[in-house]
Design a protein around this ligand. Structure first.
Ligand SMILES: Cc1cc2nc3c(=O)[nH]c(=O)nc-3n(C[C@H](O)[C@H](O)[C@H](O)COP(=O)(O)OP(=O)(O)OC[C@H]3O[C@@H](n4cnc5c(N)ncnc54)[C@H](O)[C@@H]3O)c2cc1C
Length: 396
């Protein structure tokens, strides 16, 4: 009889041994971002959330630039060129602190920088990307409008040619980083179809008032963009994008980061629930000793680590250039939906304390309400998958 091989010990923080998929550089990136978030975000984020502000956002952006987190998966122009898996690991660690911080990074890197990197002229790339990668310049991405969210093809923002210039008018809504951005990538109808414009936000006719009274993503700047006959030079248009495919490919990149990020929020809530269940006593023993609590924790762990495994799988496909948008929809749909469920279940385990900002759970759960909606709602991703599965388009 051969001796059975010695099994590695069970690690409650990594029950499936997913860390074995990571190399030393992956671990170093994860560690750097985790430490930064623990030092710069965690001690303050409950207060920022309560006040509904993100003070020192410019300083935070510069520090995120220093650790290579801005435009992390992009190459050249001062970007880290770290690839998809490392970018995903960074998103997870940032969102483990707060979805607002991950949103700042996603919008900067995956939406504004990605659009310029992929569709911009060499001059646009040289002008904007190095300063965006360093965090000196903050960018935003304006697609959604007050009356056109899930259906951006119907957008009303319009750019017309006037001699050699473009003149841009319209309104965008719910734009992350809008009021603090020095540059906005704005999508507009033109005679040639939907096109993207690189708009310096100090142009006459451009305003970005902040949206207040949000009860989700409170430690994040969200704004309206108002463009009243904003005159732009001919070279403000992104030459490589005509039609909705341009903004949709940016969204696909950002959604990929959310697949990872959502699991960060879920991990924090899961850990808070385990800690609480171990120490909170009712009926003479820790609540973690009751079967009903253990069932919740087991189910949460299963979904958390399945979600992380899925994120890894998609990351490897992206690094290999084989990730399809439908697969990103699969990941975003599953991971955000499961993450919010994990946070809500954690909330029940913490009882009344679960609603307090003294614990991270309610903050993450309410943040995830936005994450569930932006970058394509649950229903949009169901429709993407439904179409891919049946060949039938049910969008209209
Ligand atoms: C905090 C925050 C930050 C954001 N940041 C940005 C940003 O930086 N840039 C940007 O451009 N946008 C941003 N958004 C906007 C976001 O992308 C939109 O909110 C999202 O696309 C949904 O659009 P909507 O809110 O207009 O909802 P709607 O499109 O009006 O949808 C309302 C509901 O109807 C459902 N629905 C719509 N059509 C169908 C259909 N055919 N079948 C079934 N159900 C349907 C939707 O799924 C949803 O449940 C942000 C949003 C939030 C909350």
């Amino acid at each position: 009889m051969t001796a059975s091989p010695k099994l590695p010990p069970f690690d409650p923080t990594d029950p499936l041994g997913i860390d074995e998929l990571l190399d030393a550089e992956d671990l170093a990136v994860r560690d750097t971002v985790r430490k930064w978030a623990e030092r710069r975000v965690l001690p303050h984020v409950a207060e920022w959330y309560e006040k509904g502000e993100l003070p020192g956002i410019r300083e935070l952006a510069r520090e995120l630039g220093e650790i290579g987190a801005l435009g992390m998966s992009l190459s050249g122009y001062g970007c880290a060129g770290a690839g998809a898996v490392r970018y995903g690991l960074a998103c997870l660690e940032l969102e483990a602190a707060d979805s607002g911080i991950r949103s700042l990074v996603s919008v900067q890197g995956s939406l504004a920088m990605y659009a310029i990197h992929r569709f911009g002229s060499e001059e646009q790339k040289q002008t904007w990307l190095p300063r965006m990668a360093s965090g000196e310049v903050i960018g935003c991405f304006g697609l959604t409008e007050p009356d056109h969210g899930s259906d951006p093809a119907s957008m009303r923002t319009y750019a017309r040619r006037d001699g050699g210039d473009w003149v841009l008018s319209g309104r965008k809504m719910w734009i992350t980083n809008g009021s603090v951005a020095s540059v906005a990538v704005v999508w507009a109808q033109t005679e040639e179809g939907i096109r993207g414009f690189v708009v310096p936000t100090d142009r006459p006719g451009f305003a970005a008032p902040e949206i207040r009274h949000k009860w989700s993503l409170r430690a994040s700047v969200t704004s309206e963009l108002i463009m009243d006959e904003v005159r732009l030079p001919a070279d403000a248009v992104l030459p490589g994008a005509i039609g909705l495919k341009g903004p949709l490919s940016c969204l696909s990149h950002a959604r990929y980061g959310i697949v990872w990020g959502a699991m960060g929020a879920a991990r924090t809530c899961f850990e808070a629930a385990v800690d609480y269940a171990r120490t909170r006593e009712q009926f003479g023993k820790p609540i973690g000793g009751f079967q009903l609590t253990q069932a919740k924790l087991a189910d949460m762990a299963v979904e958390l680590h399945k979600g992380i495994l899925l994120a890894h799988h998609l990351g490897r496909r992206m690094d290999a250039g084989r990730l399809r948008p439908e697969q990103v929809s699969f990941g975003k749909l599953n991971n955000v939906r499961e993450a919010i469920e994990i946070c809500r279940t954690a909330r029940t385990i913490l009882g009344a304390n679960g609603i307090s900002l003294e614990y991270p759970v309610m903050r993450h759960a309410t943040n995830l309400e936005s994450v569930l909606t932006y970058e394509g709602t649950v229903e949009m991703h169901q429709l993407v998958l439904g179409k891919a599965l049946t060949g039938l388009d049910a969008f209209r």
